[in-house]
Design a binder for this molecule. Structure first.
Ligand SMILES: [Zn+2]
Ligand SMILES: [Zn+2]
Length: 87
């Protein structure tokens, strides 16, 4: 019995099948929802049934806040008390 690809909703035949997240996908359909990178079954992240690569996409989209999201210069400069120059 052939299953349907959750991505394109077409039948997945054995030769082109990869199984991940408990579903059968076409090999090229198992891609990160954010960056469209092709993923390896069983070694990618998942959110709401959609596949994502662990890094950077899942971490950027759903990772804990405050983690370095890849941007350089995200340091927080604390203002000295009494040294506030803004109005
Ligand atoms: Zn597909
Ligand atoms: Zn990605």
């Amino acid at each position: 019995m052939a299953s349907k690809c959750p991505k394109c909703d077409k039948t997945v035949y054995f030769a082109e099948k990869v199984t991940s997240l408990g579903k059968d996908w076409h090999r090229p359909c198992l891609r990160c929802e954010r960056c469209s990178k092709t993923l390896t079954a069983g070694s990618h992240a998942e959110h709401d049934g959609q596949p994502y690569c662990h890094k950077p996409c899942y971490a950027v989209l759903f990772g804990p806040k405050g983690v370095n999201t890849g941007g350089v210069g995200s340091y927080i400069y604390e203002k000295e008390p009494g040294a506030v120059t803004e109005p």
